[in-house]
Design a protein around this ligand. Structure first.
Ligand SMILES: Cc1ncc(COP(=O)(O)O)c(C=O)c1O
Length: 483
């Protein structure tokens, strides 16, 4: 049976169920499989006609033993998780008319209109499945820069096994994203708005890390997380790379490029794992906005924290790409002691300069760019002018990077990921079309409009008192599970 170990090497191997329910490994590292299953060309060929849930079943089965979840139950969970998607293909691919061999992968047809729904719905259903079987209840807590929170809140709503706490920095997410969390009426979903966070979501990550480090609190509440620290999220995100690949190639074996708007590196980390498993990827383009935490790593070999810049692609205003540790683990020989040392150096000095050899390994098959807001807005405008296709600011960051990198790319087919629906960012879309008298139709979505009419429910606090307020609220809710 495939076991799961920690990226920092200090935790005993666990089974799939434990890795999922715990979120973090007991030594504070991230769970990874002991080895990555390999996929052959023949397997890929046999998967060419599969629907997305069918393909997900094949890939996920490589990580989960049948004794943990039966094939029938896994199929049922996948069916349930994607039934809420608003497109028959679930993750459709749009071939650009104005540029040959570039496809936009629309990852935003889930219930909260962002790519987070792709992995979150399934992960929360899996939590529920395991918890029901154990007869247990759990508190899930997460920090969100905009899209993870809504996806987790929607997926958890009404589930008796889970209370979900979505913490977000006030003013740093769009009102549309905020309402997606605050208008959920289910009492097991708790939106927490935190004012005055100088480092945005990273400040909240610190609070969450403290709660997890408090063993007594963590045990009492049975605390876990569905941020992309959770292996389940990353595992699920490998599937859309396979799915896109199988849809765009003429013949299996042909290489493909992928462009990914990146923040915490969860999505792109999954892509690199898919490549490691055998997917023929030529290059990944890691597209940052001006918070260039990943671009600095790929171009200068430097991991460092710079002050937050507020960008139009706000969901990728990230300073520390925590899933990078997973990529580092697999690309540098799966050595937990080495990763532990890297993390220690970064935490004590605030930066990490990779040696030349490590830097060369890290950049193998990866290009990166850091896109300014002006180019993001221009990309949205140009694409709409060329083919009446409206892309959101994050998808635009990826497309802009493709444009900038074009001399470094061969004629290989390319899939550029669109990670959110444009209706989640109306102010940005209005800025792009300010001289027009009408906004494109795709700037609106019925689900977003419906939320404007609903009542909001939110717990508010400040960066200075967030620790006490959040703990107290969680304790209060937990009391009812003790009686
Ligand atoms: C719309 C959107 N695009 C891209 C990203 C970046 O994904 P990741 O953090 O996995 O790099 C996020 C998440 O933060 C997002 O919400």
């Amino acid at each position: 049976m495939l076991k799961f170990i920690s990226t920092t090497g200090g935790a005993a191997p666990v089974d799939f169920e434990t890795a999922i329910l715990n979120g973090f490994a007991s030594d504070g590292g991230l769970y990874v499989p002991e080895y990555l299953p390999k996929i052959t060309t023949a397997q890929l060929q046999s998967w060419q006609q599969l629907s997305y849930p069918e393909l997900a079943f094949e890939i996920l089965s490589l990580f989960m033993d049948k004794s943990v979840i039966s094939a029938v139950d896994l199929k049922q969970l996948l069916h349930q998780s994607f039934a809420t998607f608003g497109h028959a293909d679930i993750l459709p691919l749009y071939p650009l008319k104005s540029k040959q061999d570039i496809y936009i992968m629309e990852l935003f047809h889930g219930p909260t209109l962002s790519f987070k729904d792709v992995a979150m719905g399934f992960l929360v259903n899996l939590f529920d499945y395991f918890l029901k079987r154990k007869g247990k209840h759990m508190h899930i807590i997460l920090a969100t820069t905009g899209d993870t929170g809504p996806a987790a809140a929607f997926a958890s709503a009404g589930k008796a096994t889970i209370d979900t706490w979505t913490l977000y920095p006030a003013g740093m997410i769009t009102p549309e994203q905020e309402r997606q969390m605050t208008t959920i009426s289910s009492q097991n979903v708790h939106a927490v708005r935190i004012e005055d966070c100088p480092d945005g979501g990273d400040d909240i990550d610190v609070l969450i890390a403290e709660l997890f480090a408090d063993e007594a609190f963590k045990e009492k509440l049975n605390l876990s997380s569905v941020n992309s620290i959770n292996w389940g999220r990353v595992m699920m995100q490998t599937v859309h790379y396979f799915y896109a690949y199988l849809h765009v190639v003429d013949a299996v074996g042909e290489p493909v490029n992928f462009a990914v708007p990146s923040g915490a590196f969860g999505n792109l980390c999954a892509g690199t794992l898919a490549r490691e498993m055998g997917l023929p990827v030529e290059k990944f383009i890691c597209a940052n906005n001006k918070n260039a935490c990943l671009h600095r790593i790929f171009t200068q070999g430097l991991m460092s924290k710079a002050p937050m810049i507020s960008c139009t692609s706000s969901a990728i205003d990230i300073l520390i790409p925590y899933n990078f540790w997973r990529y580092l683990y697999f690309s540098t020989g799966q050595d937990g002691t080495k990763i532990k040392q890297f993390i220690h150096d970064f935490q004590t000095t605030g930066k990490l300069q990779f040696d030349q050899e490590t830097h060369a390994i890290l950049t193998k098959g990866i290009l990166s760019d850091s896109i300014a807001d002006a180019q993001t807005l221009d990309t949205i405008k140009q694409l709409y002018a060329q083919e009446k296709y409206l892309i959101d600011p994050h998808g635009a960051v990826a497309l802009a990077a493709v444009q900038n990198m074009k001399t470094q790319l061969s004629g290989t087919k390319l899939v550029s990921m669109a990670t959110a629906h444009p209706a989640k960012f109306p102010d940005i879309i209005k800025r792009v079309f300010e001289t027009e008298n009408r906004l494109p139709e795709a700037a609106f979505h019925a689900a977003i409009e419906a939320e404007k009419l609903k009542e909001e429910r939110v717990l508010s606090c400040n960066h200075s008192n967030m620790r006490e307020v959040v703990r107290e609220a969680m304790e209060q809710v937990h009391i009812k599970y003790l009686s």
